[in-house]
Design a protein around this ligand. Structure first.
Ligand SMILES: [Zn+2]
Ligand SMILES: [Zn+2]
Length: 263
């Protein structure tokens, strides 16, 4: 339904948002929601008020103690000049990374559920939450910045029929009023990355993505969207491909960042 609304095209933003609110209200009447975190029934949206506030609170806490360069939770007193101890001096491929929160608790559960197409309905709500919690961090993006999902290899996409990064990117583009574009191709299939060490991951992903040079990326700021940032190798490889095709600045947007919080 949201996808179709997006297709309406040049309708003024106010009409689009009014139409969106109307559709959501009718939707909630016809299909009552139950909270994706605690299961409480009866609210309009994927989360009940208390779970939503809890997710936003945790996100606000995390924002105050995350590395602006790699989004690692680093504790409130860490020296973040030119990144944290984990990323300083390392070439990441991207310029900054913003996560809704650390990969733990209910956010981790939501990330795991979003991996399955049957839970794609969570994407608009998670995108909404991200936009609400992190709007100040992306307020400085130019109005012509693109939202670009990290793509799956076509074979994997065909087998799974769904890419959670794309569902999330669509939701974020709508909420942030930016354009969704897909200039990236994943030209190398990389299976079982979770079993590899960070160095092996980086090696496996080298040259895994390509961006079309004719895509209009020259000088463009890109918000590169994925669900989880682990070692940063996947987003790094995708960002390097975007920059090779001319992108000026690549900011990574993810739901969750893995890594230990030492505080
Ligand atoms: Zn709840
Ligand atoms: Zn860092």
């Amino acid at each position: 339904m949201w996808g179709q609304l997006r297709e309406i095209g040049p309708a003024p933003r106010l009409v689009r948002s009014w139409l969106g609110a109307f559709v959501q209200a009718v939707d909630a009447l016809v299909f009552p929601w139950s909270c994706a975190v605690c299961g409480a029934e009866g609210q309009a949206g994927a989360f009940c008020r208390s779970c939503r506030e809890d997710l936003l609170d945790r996100s606000a806490q995390a924002a105050g103690s995350a590395c602006p360069r790699c989004a690692l939770p680093v504790g409130p007193f860490a020296d973040l000049h030119r990144g944290c101890a984990a990323c300083r001096g390392r070439s990441l491929g991207f310029d900054a990374a913003i996560a809704l929160g650390p990969y733990e608790g209910s956010l981790r559960e939501l990330c795991l559920r979003l991996k399955h197409e049957r839970n794609a309905w969570l994407a608009p709500s998670l995108g909404g939450l991200w936009a609400e919690a992190r709007r100040p961090a992306v307020a400085g993006l130019p109005a012509d910045a693109w939202v670009v999902p990290v793509p799956l290899h076509w074979w994997r996409h065909w087998r799974r029929g769904y890419n959670q990064a794309e569902a999330l990117a669509r939701a974020l583009a709508r909420r942030l009023d930016l354009r969704l574009r897909r200039p990236l191709r994943r030209i190398k299939a990389t299976e079982k990355l979770a079993e590899l060490s960070p160095t092996e991951r980086a090696r496996a992903l080298r040259g895994a993505f390509r961006a079309r040079k004719s895509a209009g990326l020259a000088g463009r700021t890109v918000l590169l969207v994925d669900d989880v940032l682990t070692t940063g190798a996947t987003c790094g490889a995708a960002a390097r491909a975007l920059k090779q095709a001319g992108a000026g600045r690549v900011v990574v947007a993810v739901l969750a960042r893995t890594g230990k919080n030492p505080s």
